[in-house]
Design a binder for this molecule. Structure first.
Ligand code: CA
Ligand code: CA
Length: 235
């Protein structure tokens, strides 16, 4: 009877755990920060609302990595003028859960038709050069000043349309496994770094969920019972 009820509780707890968000879900995020001007003052624009990233979404599953970022004027301006001085930017990923950027996707200026380009994901070695943003120099930007210091782990296509930049890439299993184990902290930085988006998804190292704690509790109760029984037999 008692065993049956424990089984029932365990089944219920497992079904609760199944509702946990995984990286395969598309996770949307916003960004309320509107960027700064070249004196570091927070404004809606430099003249216009040109550098304000407004949010996006990310989805990661085995073999697939995709991210979408929104900024009507920034991305549209880039698409209409491939020489757009501050475009494009870089996507930085921290996948080992111990801080520091581990991978970078560099969006080059070479848009073939103004809307589609190829970007490469690099593994950053300790020698990789991370350069500051051109306006906000306290923010990290990166571009391939020395590609020999970075190892390509894949490349993908990005598309710019209607104020969005969508990037899709094949993802190596080892990188996916790291993300799944450690969570993913990421950042998109414009060349100017006037506006920066940072998000953390799938924080597996967070405080254990109630269901996990309850399972742990059941395990401890079982251990306590075993120890008591063992103690009794020694008397
Ligand atoms: Ca913003
Ligand atoms: Ca790291």
């Amino acid at each position: 009877m008692k065993f049956k009820s424990i089984l029932a509780v365990s089944a219920m707890l497992f079904s609760m755990s199944a509702a946990t968000t995984t990286l395969a879900d598309t996770i949307s995020f916003g960004d309320s920060y509107v960027g700064v001007n070249n004196q570091g003052v927070v404004v809606d624009s430099i003249g216009r609302d040109r550098y304000n990233l407004t949010g996006g979404s990310i989805s990661v599953s085995r073999g697939n990595f995709s991210v979408s970022l929104g900024s009507i004027e920034y991305f549209n301006g880039w698409a209409s003028d491939p020489r757009h001085f501050f475009a494009p930017g870089s996507f930085l990923l921290d996948t080992d859960g111990i801080g520091g950027w581990d991978y970078a996707v560099n969006f080059t200026r070479s848009l073939t038709d103004g809307h589609v380009g190829t970007a490469t994901m690099y593994k950053l070695t300790k020698d990789a050069i991370l350069i500051p943003g051109e306006v906000r120099t306290n923010e990290t930007e990166i571009f391939l000043s020395n590609p020999n210091m970075m190892t390509s782990v894949g490349s993908g296509t990005y598309t710019i349309s209607n104020g969005n930049m969508d990037f899709y890439s094949y993802l190596q299993d080892s990188i996916y496994d790291d993300m799944n184990k450690n969570g993913l902290f990421f950042q998109f930085t414009q060349r100017c770094a006037n506006d920066v988006i940072r998000e953390k998804v799938y924080p597996v190292n967070d405080v254990p969920e109630p269901a996990t704690m309850a399972l742990l509790g059941l395990g401890l109760l079982g251990t306590a019972g075993f120890v008591r029984r063992k103690g009794g037999s020694n008397k």
